[in-house]
Design a protein. Structure first.
Ligand SMILES: Nc1ncnc2c1ncn2[C@@H]1O[C@H](COP(=O)(O)OP(=O)(O)OP(=O)(O)O)[C@@H](O)[C@H]1O
Ligand SMILES: [Mg+2]
Length: 213
């Protein structure tokens, strides 16, 4: 069982978007048994599951903030959606089961500052600092050739964590979320640029670099 947590203290950075797209990738492209643990009371990932059409590979999930039940043992990938604003003590609880953390960061001064603080916080967690949990950061809603994106890129490159990819600001994420699917399940001709950008994120997730030794 592989456990991937999507987390950033900042609201609206794309946690649920990444969570649902990673889940749909593994379900659709790898025919894997995927389960979403939704730790956010807003329940965005759970809402996405509710509207998921039955002709797409099944993904199950649970509102994990409501129950102590967890993904069934035969699950291949557990994707965990963290809430915004999660801090020190609660962070430990959610991180406990994670092997890998994916952290989306938006190109905005406030998001960059918040990410810097959040990274300091998670580095205080023993399993992160000892490399028992691997952290990958993703620049999300990128508009290339903007000054703020270059600032974000510089910031992410300087981190001790892997900078694993960038996802452009694209209506494909809004449209697919509405339908309960991921970009990998959209007609490829409409999302080829997005699929290309996902390659580095997926390659990292499949590589040993994203898994604890
Ligand atoms: N790359 C993208 N391009 C366009 N829209 C995006 C992108 N990523 C996320 N969004 C949109 O931005 C909004 C916030 O994204 P999302 O809900 O994934 O963030 P979040 O971090 O889960 O938010 P919260 O902290 O409230 O849980 C959503 O409307 C989503 O559709
Ligand atoms: Mg969310």
């Amino acid at each position: 069982m592989r456990t991937i947590l999507v987390m950033n203290a900042k609201g609206g950075s794309g946690k649920s978007t990444l969570c649902t797209n990673i889940a749909s990738y593994f379900a659709s492209e790898e025919q894997a048994k995927v389960f979403i643990e939704d730790y956010d009371q807003q329940g965005s990932s759970s809402d996405w599951l509710k509207v998921r059409p039955s002709q797409f590979p099944e993904i199950n999930g649970i509102l994990s903030w409501k129950t102590s039940k967890r993904a069934p043992k035969n699950t291949d990938y557990v994707i965990m959606d963290a809430p915004a604003g999660v801090q020190n003590r609660d962070m430990g609880k959610i991180i406990r089961r994670a092997q890998t953390i994916i952290m989306p960061v938006l190109p905005s001064p406030m998001d960059i500052r918040a990410a810097a603080r959040f990274i300091q916080d998670i580095l205080l967690i023993g399993r992160v600092s000892q490399d028992q949990i691997k952290v990958g950061v993703v620049a999300n809603r990128v508009k290339e050739h903007t000054l703020i994106y270059h600032q974000l890129e510089k910031f992410l490159e300087r981190l001790n964590f892997s900078f694993i990819g960038k996802l452009r600001d694209s209506q494909a994420y809004v449209r697919s979320a509405e339908k309960g699917i991921g970009v990998h399940e959209m007609p490829p001709s409409t999302v080829y640029e997005d699929l290309e950008q996902w390659e580095s994120v997926i390659n990292w997730l499949k590589s040993k670099r994203s898994q604890p030794k």
